[in-house]
Design a protein around this ligand. Structure first.
Ligand SMILES: CC(C)(COP(=O)(O)OP(=O)(O)OC[C@H]1O[C@@H](n2cnc3c(N)ncnc32)[C@H](O)[C@@H]1OP(=O)(O)O)[C@@H](O)C(=O)NCCC(=O)NCCS
Length: 217
């Protein structure tokens, strides 16, 4: 008897975005161990915490499980009212980090927030800029977004530099708590007109994904 494939059941598993040497690919279970190895090698200076949810503060023996549970949870909680699309970032054939886009009521709001990380040994070589340009091109060109937001603590110059280079503009600041202390979260917003594009993207699986999130009748 014929049966559905996993990517029919969950169309994000069929999405791929390629731009030059960069490939954004779905975080399937096969990729999780590779991502856990990259994260285990270090993501940032341990003295600082760049993430709103401090997942890298997990003890080394718990981080792999919590990392996998986060990604399983994102799939499990997916609904048209609230979804979080997470890609593994492959550069020159090597898994180097993740790039995500999270949104609520997307069909109406046409906005959402990017978030990303790279293993430390892969930072500072322009990959962070290329992966942000690739996901923004996908969201504007294939998902008809009207804006894309991002945010970074004001002590995260690399993330702020990527946002600036890609064309995001400052959009106020939030006063948050990080590791028990005040942390200023610089809000950023990108519009299609301001977007500074990188390499052209090639996309697979967009049509089924559009239907899945409610963009197709
Ligand atoms: C943020 C991150 C994804 C950026 O990726 P990346 O590949 O390192 O970024 P790029 O190499 O494309 O660009 C980094 C830019 O930051 C600049 N930069 C880095 N450190 C800097 C510093 N201390 N002061 C000023 N600029 C700095 C670089 O000069 C570069 O800009 P340039 O190309 O104009 O010279 C990556 O650094 C990372 O994973 N950091 C840890 C996790 C994190 O902070 N995630 C984001 C949470 S909001």
């Amino acid at each position: 008897m014929d049966h559905l494939g996993l990517s029919d059941v969950f169309p994000p598993f069929n999405l791929r975005i390629q731009a030059g040497e960069l490939l954004l690919r779905p975080i399937t279970d096969e990729v999780l161990p590779q991502l856990i190895a990259v994260a285990g090698g270090g993501v940032h200076d341990p003295a600082l915490m760049p993430f709103y949810y401090p997942w890298t503060d997990a003890p080394a023996d718990r981080l792999p499980t919590e990392f996998a549970q986060y990604h399983w949870g994102a799939r499990a909680r997916w609904s048209r009212a609230s979804w979080s699309l997470e890609f593994a970032v492959e550069y020159e054939g090597v898994i180097v980090g993740t790039q995500g886009f999270a949104t609520k009521d997307y069909v109406i709001t046409r906005t959402g927030e990017t978030g990303s990380w790279l293993g430390r040994s892969h930072q500072g070589q322009g990959i962070g800029t290329q992966m942000r340009q690739a996901i923004c091109a996908f969201i504007f060109d294939y998902l008809d977004a009207e804006e894309i937001t991002s945010g970074a603590f004001t002590n995260n110059p690399a993330s702020l530099a990527v946002s600036r280079k890609v064309g995001y503009r400052p959009n106020g600041a939030n006063r948050l708590v990080s590791r028990g202390a005040l942390a200023l979260d610089q809000r950023l917003v990108l519009t299609p007109d301001d977007f500074v594009r990188g390499e052209p993207i090639t996309v697979w699986g967009a049509h089924a994904f559009r239907a899945f999130i409610g963009l197709e009748p």
